[in-house]
Ligand binder design. Structure first.
Ligand SMILES: Nc1ncnc2c1ncn2[C@@H]1O[C@H](COP(=O)(O)OP(=O)(O)OP(=O)(O)O)[C@@H](O)[C@H]1O
Length: 305
């Protein structure tokens, strides 16, 4: 079978055994999307049953997937604020909202109701008041209709967002849907994120889910930049006192156990919710230290790679 793969793909193919199953990594650098698809189909035909992963053409642009094992942990809030905080540190950041089941970036980034224009079939990101241009699933599909989308449609939509006209952007933050579905698989297989940031809450259950999300990236050889603990402790809006209803240090310990870096904690704070829901991300405030700290760690990771 290896000879058959070499016959159709030459040295673009690297064959690995994944347990009982054959895995083929195809380097599609320099190929057009059509040639890439044809090569992938030829390898599938030459090696029936093998798992084929196509690596997208490498550009200098970093792609950071922000993911969580389950919904409602604040992944979108963290993604928006991390993007802004990275932009404030001098990176040129774009936001891809791939959360097909609950695209919230247009609201979080104060760009609700916007629609991107297309130029020669390439989507042009919309500007936001925070210097982070945006393309969102929510701009491509009527609210509530994405639920009925199947794999190929979600894969196509994700491709349109990631391959938009991002111009000078050197970093794309991708707000992933929760869990480990079609969008995640397409993301890791076709678009090869530079790294993944995992968001979790302090409760054990969320961390079990986070572990599943981490696995998906690890199996696909996508490095984990680190874990962010959100809703970590409660900061009282009246007295400013911090309390930890779910205990303290759980996520940090879990990160150590999983062998991944811990990027920091974001407290559960009424002001974060009200400002975020009103389209005024807290990372934009001059006195922000929470998201600035997270962005520093992510920027250092990007610089060191
Ligand atoms: N640190 C925080 N303090 C207070 N509220 C927060 C915090 N983080 C997120 N929230 C609020 O929790 C709610 C859920 O957050 P968000 O939409 O970011 O979660 P999510 O994980 O992206 O959810 P989904 O997967 O459903 O899109 C929002 O109302 C948000 O404002």
């Amino acid at each position: 079978m290896t000879t058959a793969i070499a016959a159709v793909a030459g040295d673009r193919a690297t064959v690995r055994m994944d347990g009982e199953r054959m895995g083929v990594v195809l380097d599609a650098t320099g190929l057009s999307p059509a040639a890439r698809d044809a090569l992938e189909a030829a390898v599938h035909a030459a090696a029936p049953g093998a798992r084929v992963i196509v690596t997208a053409e490498r550009t200098g642009r970093a792609l950071i997937a922000v993911a969580s094992g389950k919904g409602g942990v604040g992944k979108s809030t963290i993604a928006a604020n991390l993007a802004i905080a990275l932009a404030r540190r001098g990176r040129r950041v774009g936001m891809v909202d791939a959360d097909i089941y609950g695209p919230s970036q247009p609201r979080l980034l104060g760009a609700e109701g916007t629609r991107p224009q297309a130029l020669e079939q390439q989507l042009i990101p919309v500007a936001t008041p925070y210097g982070v241009p945006l393309l969102s699933m929510g701009q491509l599909v009527e609210p509530g209709r994405a639920i009925a989308w199947r794999g190929p449609m979600t894969a196509g939509a994700l491709g349109q967002l990631v391959e938009g006209a991002w111009g000078a952007a050197d970093t794309l933050v991708v707000d992933m849907p929760p869990g480990t579905g079609d969008v995640q698989l397409t993301m890791v297989q076709k678009h090869r994120p530079t790294g993944a940031v995992i968001v979790s809450t302090p409760q054990d259950l969320a961390l079990i889910d986070a572990t599943r999300a981490i696995d998906l990236f690890v199996k696909a050889n996508v490095p984990i930049i680190g874990l962010i603990e959100n809703m970590a402790g409660y900061r009282c809006p009246h007295c400013g006192e911090n309390s930890d209803p779910f205990g303290r240090g759980g996520a940090e310990a879990a990160a150590a156990e999983l062998g991944i870096p811990f990027l920091g904690r974001v407290p559960l704070e009424l002001a974060i919710r009200t400002a975020s829901d009103a389209g005024r991300p807290p990372a934009w405030e001059p006195d922000d230290t929470i998201f600035a700290g997270l962005a520093t760690r992510v920027a250092e990771w990007l610089a060191a790679r």
